[in-house]
Write a protein that binds this ligand. Structure first.
Ligand code: COA
Ligand code: AMP
Length: 638
């Protein structure tokens, strides 16, 4: 196998150094970051699997993202472009303007008693104030936890109870194409449900819907910001948390991924130059949401750490107003690279297969399309690259890693692209394919569990929020010495990786990571349901969507259609509309092994109309026919 370690050239050199001498490699990268106090060493690996990057160092991420560029004479450069087709707004902020707003909001938080290490939950739509809020927390050393706006109150409540914020920052509403979605009722309900109560909620009132403020608890953002005294940067330790971002695990309890300050700044700045090929002053657009890791890393932190211009887009790829929306933004703001999810391109293709809308715009500024969040299927890859005539780079990563594990490189070496592959391991990530039973490393074209040899590079999660044990259980116990990614896949003979999907109960719906286990917990709460299984079935637009099979309790004589509708509503209410949980079907029994394990993988194959074999351990082989028939009634297993 031509492994990455034997590849010559700039990439091979960087990769080899990064795995053989990580301290040397990342020590050089760290020179690009401004440190208040230099670190004692690059990597502390004395307590595996807990690693510390740049211990002893002190810095401030907000300083590096804003003040540093202003001090270097770039205060007038555009830092942020807010482009909101849903409110018909385009607004630009220079680095100086953005710093001034951030400093004021940071002062506002200090005025409310938020201190270094304190937590602030941010539950906001895609408006500049969301980015300002994140940087304001970073400025004063507070830890933010952003919760995606499409989550229901219960999901917000779980995060409030885990992060225990003193303050929640929110807005009166979000806008979904033409629908105004009031946020305050969701926030109020979440606080009612949570055991931990925040002291204050600061609400940004948008003209599309005014929220009624709860006296004594809620405050008006604009009034408070006006009165606030701008705050200076508070220096933090390299390993102090910058943020907590919750992500779906295999159960209903989300995992609080922690990000440090030092390693994060070093890794993201390196990635902007080497993976994305962006220079300071250029325009980079991640069409995601600040509620997801892509939004954290590539709408907010990485472009600003580099001194580039970032775009905050409050809209969709289609419908705001048409499938030319992305081309309009690229052309209007001179975007050099776009990062989005393949599902966005499938949505555009569905409405404009011939790319007629592209003809209206000059996108000669555009150099690369980056896709992630789910595997880029070859159809979408070929459609996008034929249309745009620029490299279309599929890169693979996770909330936990914070930046790409495997990618192609605009400014290291651009390898020939292979459709369906996320190309090669990024320097710093010693990716190995492991045999699931023995943990032994496998060779080319052998499919197994994708593991990463420890230590993970800077920017990756050092642990889970106040839960070292769960960190070990989730990621490092299964294959000692490796980080368990939860994904299956293989390398081909040229060292290209193919990620074939999760090996656990996590599914990917329109690039959003969700837990089928969490949905099963909700379905099982229904008084008429005896047992259930939720699986991710293939969907042409969203990649996967959840579907539920349930068995009713003995004696239940209600119409199954009624129960199914109630289940759909329950998941919508408890997880949120983003789950796209729209199908549930009643079955007389579920397929199980003789030891009682539900055969979810076989059910998934049936729903996806794939070939399947009857597992030898099955208790009742006819139960698979039952699933096939039921799946057909809801449009699957054709
Ligand atoms: N606040 C409130 N509700 C939200 C929301 C938010 N921030 N985001 C999504 N929702 C709701 C939607 O309104 C929709 O509700 P509905 O069931 O009442 O129609 C539901 O959640 C599903 O939303 P979405 O997945 O966005 O589906 P869609 O059909 O509206 O749009 C796409 C489909 C493909 C255009 C859209 O999923 C998309 O743009 N995806 C890109 C994904 C992405 O950026 N992922 C980030 C990883 S890089
Ligand atoms: P999230 O933490 O929400 O970013 O989701 C991470 C998961 O999404 C990964 O574990 C993969 O299963 C999937 N994923 C993300 N990007 C890709 C990609 N480029 N190719 C294949 N799967 C991907």
């Amino acid at each position: 196998m031509k492994t990455t370690e034997t590849t010559a050239g700039r990439y091979g050199e960087a990769f080899n150094e990064s795995v053989k001498d990580p301290s040397s490699f990342w020590g050089k990268a760290a020179q690009d970051v401004a440190w208040k106090k230099p670190y004692d060493r690059v990597l502390d690996d004395s307590n595996p699997p807990f690693y510390k990057w740049f211990p002893g160092g002190e810095l401030n991420t907000c300083y590096n993202a804003l003040d540093l560029h202003i001090e270097q004479g770039f205060g007038d450069r555009t830092a942020l472009i807010y482009d909101s087709p849903v409110t018909d707004t385009v607004k630009k902020f220079s680095y100086s303007e953005l710093r001034d707003r951030v400093a004021r909001v940071a002062g506002m938080l200090q005025g409310l008693g938020v201190k270094k290490g304190g937590r602030v939950i941010i539950y906001m739509p895609m408006i500049p104030e969301a980015l300002i809020a994140m940087l304001a927390c970073a400025r004063i050393g507070a830890i933010h936890s952003v919760v995606f706006g499409g989550f229901a109150a219960k999901e917000l409540a779980v995060r409030i109870d885990d992060a225990k914020p003193t303050v929640i920052l929110s807005a009166s509403c979000g806008i979904e194409v033409k629908r105004v979605i009031p946020y305050k009722p969701l926030l109020d309900e979440a606080i009612k449900m949570s055991s931990h109560k925040p002291e204050k909620c600061v609400i940004f009132q948008r003209p599309q819907a005014q929220a009624e403020l709860t006296p004594g608890r809620d405050l008006d953002w604009a009034e408070l910001e006006k009165k606030a005294v701008p705050a200076d940067c508070v220096w933090v330790k390299s390993e102090d948390p910058l943020y907590i971002l919750y992500t779906s695990g295999t159960t209903g309890v989300p995992k609080g991924v922690v990000r440090d300050n030092g390693g994060h700044a070093v890794a993201l700045k390196w990635s902007m130059k080497h993976i994305y090929g962006i220079n300071p002053g250029e325009v980079y657009w991640a069409a995601s949401d600040v509620g997801w890791v892509v939004g954290h890393s590539y709408i907010v932190y990485a472009p600003l750490l580099l001194g580039a211009t970032t775009i905050m887009y409050e809209g969709k790829p289609v419908g705001t107003p048409d499938p030319g929306a992305f081309w309009r933004v690229i052309s209007q703001h001179k975007v050099k690279a776009l990062f989005t999810a393949p599902t966005a391109f499938r949505a555009i293709k569905r409405e404009d297969a011939k790319g007629e809308y592209l003809k209206k715009y000059d996108i000669s500024c555009f150099e690369t399309l980056f896709l992630a969040g789910e595997r880029t299927d070859p159809d979408t890859y070929f459609w996008a690259s034929d249309l745009l005539k620029v490299p279309v780079i599929d890169h693979w990563w996770q909330t936990e890693t914070g930046w790409a594990i495997c990618a192609n490189f605009r400014n290291l070496e651009l390898f020939p692209i292979k459709a369906g592959s996320a190309s090669k391991p990024v320097p710093g990530y010693n990716v190995k394919i492991l045999d699931s039973a023995t943990g032994k490393e496998l060779g080319p074209n052998e499919q197994g569990i994708v593991g990463i040899k420890l230590p993970l590079p800077p920017g990756n999660l050092p642990t889970l929020w106040q839960n070292d044990l769960k960190f070990q259980e989730s990621y490092t116990n299964a294959y000692p010495g490796y980080y368990f990614t939860g994904d299956g896949g293989y390398f081909d003979e040229d060292g290209y990786i193919y990620i074939m999907g999760r090996v656990d109960d996590v599914i990917n719906v329109a690039g959003h990571r969700l837990s089928t286990g969490a949905m099963e917990e909700i379905v099982a709460q229904h008084p008429d349901v005896a047992e259930c299984a939720v699986i991710g079935a293939e969907d042409q637009l969203k990649g996967q969507v959840p579907i539920a099979f349930y068995v009713t309790k003995a004696g239940v004589s209600r119409e199954p259609g009624e129960i199914s509708a109630e289940l759909v509503q329950m998941v919508r209410n408890q997880i949120g509309p983003l789950a796209c949980f729209k199908s549930a079907v009643s079955v007389p029994r579920l397929p199980k092994t003789r030891s009682g394990k539900i055969l979810r993988a076989t059910m998934r194959k049936i729903a996806d109309s794939q070939k399947y074999s009857t597992p030898a351990t099955i208790e009742d082989p006819t139960s698979l026919d039952v699933i096939k028939e039921a799946a057909q009634t809801i449009g699957y297993a054709k």
